[in-house]
Ligand binder design. Structure first.
Ligand SMILES: [Zn+2]
Ligand SMILES: [Zn+2]
Length: 406
């Protein structure tokens, strides 16, 4: 998905990708970081003359739907749009248009009547999940949606006897029902605007570094890491696990999440070993070793997400690691900690043994993340793979390239 964009510093036009967060202007060289949580886009509009445009909103969901049934953990990649206002006169979704067309960000300068989304996205997401659940063998013990993209797409229409789709300039319904007044639906001008900040270190003023789709920026000058809060950058605790080799390594980011669990005893690694029925003798020292959740901090396909999380949770790596940014190639953080935290229960469910006995307890279990740290692990480049021998993890490099656009 491509978006037309203007540099907030100098106004120079540019095209960015939907996943881009850090924008380097080719003209003024200033780097800007996009802040908004839910982006609002406009589909392109035909020349509608003097006619008043109506912008109809659609929620767009992009992410992974996980489910937990007797068969184990299932998943499905979702990329769909759905009406954010209940109205049969308009198309139910934008179909494939969002992928095929160049979008623009909504701005207060956009002239037209913006209908107010009246269906909360949670309700729409529930309805979508319920639909998918019908394909699953009941009971569904737990489900989660790990979505890093939630946005609003506005599609333009105008009224000429009936309603006309102003993307293609073609009518979508003949005559309007009697007494129907489109402008009586809640709506009005928009004051939404894309929020951004200059990508400069709040501590020392140095330019922050990162890939265009990264959620975490680094300051090489004062060795700090930053993520976007609501209106400004907030510091992020970070460590790296030193490499045991002089060979070239790539650094992959992972989230280490300390969480409070209710409905299940999960204070120590010993608790975890019992829950997962690990084929190991429980050692006394495990009783005092705090249990940590782990997750990749980058987007991967659902199967890899489960595999990587599982491997590293099982390993429970620990150490007195330096709180500094490692030298060399850093793979960008593309999965926010909020999404990683949303998947903790799924990650836990993957370990429960025997599943049939424990899954029914999932609904009573609450896992509340408390402390999150970004941890960089070194991975050696071996052929097509990235390998960390200590963690026994091997990742195909092509998988990472592909998953970046997920
Ligand atoms: Zn510029
Ligand atoms: Zn700095």
């Amino acid at each position: 998905m491509l978006v037309d964009y203007q540099c907030p510093q100098c106004g120079a036009p540019a095209t960015i990708e939907e996943t881009d967060r850090l924008f380097s202007c080719g003209f003024c060289r200033v780097k800007s970081f996009l802040l908004s949580r839910v982006y609002r886009y406009l589909l392109p509009c035909c020349n509608a003359g003097n006619r008043a445009l109506v912008f109809f909103p659609y929620w767009r969901f992009k992410g992974i739907f996980f489910s937990c049934t007797r068969q184990g953990i299932g998943y499905r990649i979702l990329d769909i749009s759905h009406q954010a206002v209940q109205c049969d006169l308009f198309p139910a979704s934008v179909g494939l248009r969002s992928q095929a067309m160049k979008l623009r960000f909504v701005s207060p300068a956009t002239q037209g009547y913006f209908l107010t989304p009246t269906l909360p996205f949670k309700d729409v997401l529930d309805a979508i999940q319920n639909r998918y659940e019908q394909d699953l063998a009941p009971p569904v013990f737990h489900r989660d949606f790990i979505g890093d993209t939630l946005s609003l797409l506005y599609s333009p229409f105008y009224v000429d006897h009936g309603i006309v789709d102003a993307v293609l300039d073609s009518p979508i319904c003949g005559e309007l029902p009697l007494n129907f007044d489109l402008f009586a639906l809640p709506g009005g001008d928009t004051d939404w605007t894309l929020r951004f900040i200059a990508a400069q270190c709040p501590t020392c003023g140095w330019d922050l570094d990162g890939d265009r789709d990264t959620l975490v920026l680094h300051c090489k000058n004062c060795d700090s890491a930053w993520q976007a809060g609501k209106a400004k950058f907030t510091p992020l605790p970070l460590v790296h696990v030193p490499a045991e080799t002089d060979d070239e390594v790539a650094w992959l980011p992972f989230w280490r999440i300390q969480a409070q669990s209710q409905g299940v005893r999960l204070a120590s690694y010993a608790d975890f070993a019992r829950l997962a029925n690990l084929p190991r003798v429980i050692q006394t020292k495990w009783e005092t070793q705090p249990f940590m959740f782990w997750s990749p901090a980058f987007k991967v396909r659902p199967r890899d997400f489960l595999r990587l999380s599982r491997r590293i949770i099982l390993e429970q790596p620990r150490g007195d690691w330096p709180p500094t940014i490692p030298e060399g190639f850093l793979y960008p953080v593309t999965l926010p900690v909020t999404e990683a935290a949303g998947a903790l229960k799924i990650n836990l469910a993957a370990f429960m043994k025997p599943p049939g006995l424990l899954y029914p307890r999932l609904s009573e279990i609450q896992i509340k993340p408390e402390v999150s740290t970004l941890v960089y692990f070194p991975f050696q480049l071996k052929g097509h793979d990235l390998v960390n021998t200590a963690l026994q993890i091997r990742i195909n490099r092509q998988t990472l390239v592909f998953a970046r656009s997920l």
